[in-house]
Design a protein around this ligand. Structure first.
Ligand code: GDD
Ligand code: MG
Length: 346
């Protein structure tokens, strides 16, 4: 039985000014009618044995619950973090909750802010992963890389094809290393989705990062349960080291496997990523909203009010009620620096 665990704690700073701390991208309908969180659940609802466990920041409890209710789901549990400690602790809390009644389901860990076009192929990959996870493997989903992205994990599988063991997992390499990996043709991107038995993850965490597991266990045992929410104990949870599953477990475990996934995956991690998954005109322009573009090439514009652009190339324009972003498309990773500056300036 597959139990989805939806990670909904990110802040999506690279999609500023649309994505805000109070309302990060997973709660926005960035690519369709449904919000990213809703789409994440609906994409797996058919193959899930139970409603999902959602792990979110405590400040997002109502929006998370409401958005799932809108698509007809009452989550199995909504675990609330007092503050983010990254994904390794979030998944640990979910695994402890999943094991609560002595059960040991396969956890399908899903970021709440990805896009997948080909659902049947995605389901096929999950079925392949389930058989490996049943044998105790920690399974990743590998994407054929198209660029030396430094924000991703890289997976080198053992020689062969199809689902197979991992030889090496490298989280967020530097640019030169990433270029080498992509050129070699031997690496996949890590999609950030995982499948494993709850008990296997907890075992590996115990071995590799016992402090994280100990803190999460205490926090989960002392959690306050009200009807809809499980509030993790704040002091215990905040005592956990902050680390991602990628660094804490996947880089180090000897039991990782990969299932290749070719299903139109995108993590919509930046404005250019959103441009790439949007319909483009013959000049490579993509727009959301009311836009007039004269003699423009490879632009992306997003907003409610009319946006007019003349003679622009490789530019992104995003307008919202209280802020406007204008920037070069090849520098959209730096939007997070704008957010950092705003925070520093109070
Ligand atoms: N509940 C909770 N708590 N969720 C969190 C937290 C947290 O503290 N931190 C992050 N998340 C959620 C985010 O909302 C997102 O859905 C997911 O976990 C992954 O976190 P990111 O912060 O987006 O990770 P990343 O993009 O840097 O890297 C991961 O994803 C890449 C693919 O998109 C890694 O798994 C990489 O290896 C991978 O290539
Ligand atoms: Mg991400």
């Amino acid at each position: 039985p597959i139990l989805p665990v939806i990670l909904s704690g990110g802040s999506g700073t690279r999609l500023w000014p649309l994505s805000r701390e109070a309302y990060p991208k997973q709660f926005l309908p960035l690519t369709g009618e449904r919000t990213m969180l809703q789409a994440t659940w609906l994409r797996v609802a058919d193959i899930a044995a139970q409603a999902p466990i959602v792990v979110a920041n405590e400040s997002h409890r109502f929006v998370a619950a409401e958005q799932l209710q809108q698509v007809g789901t009452a989550p199995s549990a909504i675990l609330l973090e007092p503050a983010g400690r990254n994904t390794a602790p979030a998944i640990a809390a979910a695994a402890l909750e999943a094991r609560r009644n002595g059960e040991d389901p396969l956890l399908l860990v899903l970021p709440s802010d990805h896009l997948i076009n080909d659902i049947p192929r995605f389901h096929q990959a999950i079925a392949q992963a389930a058989s490996l996870a049943g044998q105790g493997k920690l399974v990743t989903f590998g994407i054929q890389p198209t660029a030396p992205e430094t924000g991703y994990g890289y997976i080198k599988a053992v020689a062969g094809e199809g689902p197979r063991a991992i030889e090496r997992f490298v989280e967020k390499p530097d640019l030169q290393t990433a270029q080498g990996y992509v050129a070699s043709g031997e690496y996949y991107w890590n999609s950030g989705m995982f499948l494993f038995r709850a008990s296997r993850y907890l075992e590996e965490l115990e071995r590799l990062q016992p402090q994280i597991l100990a803190a999460c266990r205490t926090s989960w045992e002392r959690a306050r349960r009200d009807s809809d929410f499980i509030r993790l104990d704040a002091d215990a949870f905040q005592a956990s080291p902050s680390d991602s599953i990628d660094y804490a477990v996947m880089e180090k475990t000897a039991d990782a496997a990969v299932v290749p996934l070719d299903a139109g995956w995108s993590d919509v991690g930046s404005w250019t990523a959103l441009r790439d998954v949007s319909a483009q005109d013959a000049d490579g322009n993509a727009h959301r909203g009311d836009v007039i573009a004269i003699d423009c090439h490879n632009t992306f514009a997003y907003g409610d009010r009319l946006i007019a652009m003349v003679g622009l190339k490789d530019v992104v324009v995003v307008e919202t009620d209280d802020a406007v972003l204008v920037g070069r498309s090849d520098r959209m990773q730096e939007v997070k620096d704008v957010v950092a500056r705003l925070k520093a300036d109070g």
